[in-house]
Ligand binder design. Structure first.
Ligand code: UGA
Length: 449
């Protein structure tokens, strides 16, 4: 099939490459001329495992091309995927202006009978608006363009894999013809066993927000349990293991730590709450999810304060700046929130991240950036593990011990092995479980580090 993808951000570009991999002929279009020139030259503007290779492969195979010309991109397409940004307004509501503009500029170029597919995360009711906008823009043209909702469930860092091997494909539509087009788009995935779920459009739209909000709720739940474990001298990871062994609960998204960040959960929770409020429903549970999420950063900050006594002028080494491991994305990163709070407390914060340093310093200019873990921790008064990168899990703690000024680790992601940390002689402050300090020579005062 001929397909077009409007918007070549994270979701758009992964969609372009993976629809190409399903055997379609895809044109990616973006109004950003520099971005399109870079993509035409084989450059990918962000880090996503396997994406650069797949884009190159699909481009070489003639199944993917990029353009600035929206008319050219959509004119013969049987489906046009809307992957433009829906950033939060100051109120938390999703800003849908890019969705509207993209639909308006594509409308008159689209072929009658083709489908405009909402992939961007939008509040329920957007498809109805889109449909009306398309009809208005196409006045006088023969034949209709239909609308479908097809929310993505891909995660940053594993987006290619999630798109090529999804658990489910969700399609919301209002006519059998539209479902038929979407079944053809995803035929290879359905054949390989992905569950196809077909619903009306409002249900598909609301399901996307419902899924993200529920995952965020799980994270906040386990972080609340972490606070309780700290007070009751229990171990949150052990509690999560008990909970996760019940298949009704499931063992994923129960890692306590710094809380959720990224460009999806924080904005989606707010947008979902605003959407509910606009309909007259007070979804106050979501506000509590957000509050507990903020509390997780406070908890980590308090551990650094506790460990350092006075934070002023102390050197804090921040291992990890991205909102999670496997990505260079620092948007709404809890690691950066922590960095800002520590800097405000007077600390000198030096950060290291395998991918996200450039983005981080852009967001927090007072953050000092190190080129390596060693450079980051050199002479540090406290090391904070803030992102769950594999390379931090595999740290040589004995070597680390020789580099720092004071052997203190705040493990804000519960990533390290407590026994190994103890054996290397560190004071250790994990989240939701007991902290410990190595024994010091007796001074008669029994003071901790
Ligand atoms: C999330 C969803 O997982 C995807 O299904 C969805 O498609 C996507 O949003 C989206 O709406 O586009 P993503 O933002 O890439 O994907 O990140 P996740 O892997 O879900 O992690 C979100 C945040 O939660 C990260 O900051 C992560 O560190 C944190 N997290 C995750 C925890 O703190 N604990 C956990 O147990 C799991």
């Amino acid at each position: 099939m001929r397909l077009a993808v409007i918007g070549t951000g994270h979701v758009g570009l992964v969609t372009c490459a993976t629809l190409g991999a399903l055997g379609h002929e895809v044109t990616g279009v973006d109004q950003d001329k520099d971005k399109i020139a870079a993509l035409q030259g084989g450059q990918i503007p962000f880090f996503e495992a396997g994406l650069k290779e797949l884009v190159a492969e699909m481009t070489a195979a003639g199944r993917l091309r990029f353009t600035n010309d929206i008319g050219d991109a959509v004119k013969d397409a049987q489906a046009v995927f809307l992957c433009v940004g829906t950033p939060p307004r100051a109120s938390g509501e999703a800003n849908l202006i890019a969705v509207e503009r993209a639909a308006r500029s594509a409308a008159r170029h689209m072929t009658a009978g083709s489908v405009m597919v909402e992939k961007s995360t939008v509040p329920s009711g957007t498809a109805r608006r889109l449909s009306r906008t398309l009809r208005l823009e196409r006045r006088g043209l023969p034949g209709d363009v239909r609308v479908a909702s097809n929310p993505e469930f891909l995660r940053e860092g594993t987006g290619v894999q999630d798109s090529l091997d999804p658990d489910r494909v969700l399609v919301g539509a209002e006519s059998e013809e539209t479902f038929a087009v979407m079944r053809r788009v995803y035929a290879p995935l359905i054949k390989q066993g992905a569950k196809l779920i077909e619903t009306d459009i409002a249900t598909a739209e609301i399901s996307k927000h419902a899924c993200n909000a529920f995952l965020a709720l799980k994270i906040s739940y386990i972080n609340a349990i972490a606070r309780l474990c700290e007070l009751a001298d229990a171990d949150v990871d052990a509690v999560a293991a008990v909970m996760g062994s019940d298949p009704r609960i499931g063992d994923s998204f129960l890692s306590a730590g710094l809380g959720y960040g990224g460009y999806c959960f924080p904005k989606d929770i707010q947008a979902f709450a605003r959407f509910a409020a606009a309909l007259g429903y007070d979804f106050s549970l979501l506000h509590e999810v957000e509050r507990i999420n903020e509390e997780a950063v406070d908890a980590a900050l308090n551990k650094v304060r506790d460990a350092l006594w006075n934070v002023d002028d102390k050197r804090v080494a921040l291992l990890g700046l991205a909102f999670k491991g496997g990505t260079d994305d620092t948007r709404f990163s809890p690691a950066l929130k922590l960095a800002e709070r520590l800097i405000a407390d007077g600390a000198e914060v030096r950060g290291y991240d395998p991918q996200a340093a450039d983005n981080a310093v852009h967001e927090v200019p007072d953050l000092k950036i190190a080129d390596s873990i060693q450079d980051c921790v050199a002479d540090a008064d406290c090391v904070v593990v803030a992102t769950d990168w594999l390379e931090f899990k595999e740290l040589d703690l004995v070597a680390l011990r020789d580099l720092v000024s004071y052997p203190i680790i705040v493990d804000a992601r519960n990533l390290l092995d407590a026994q190994a940390v103890s054996a290397a002689g560190f004071s250790y402050y994990p989240m939701g479980k007991r902290s410990f300090q190595p024994a010091l020579p007796a001074d008669g005062m029994n003071t901790p580090v």
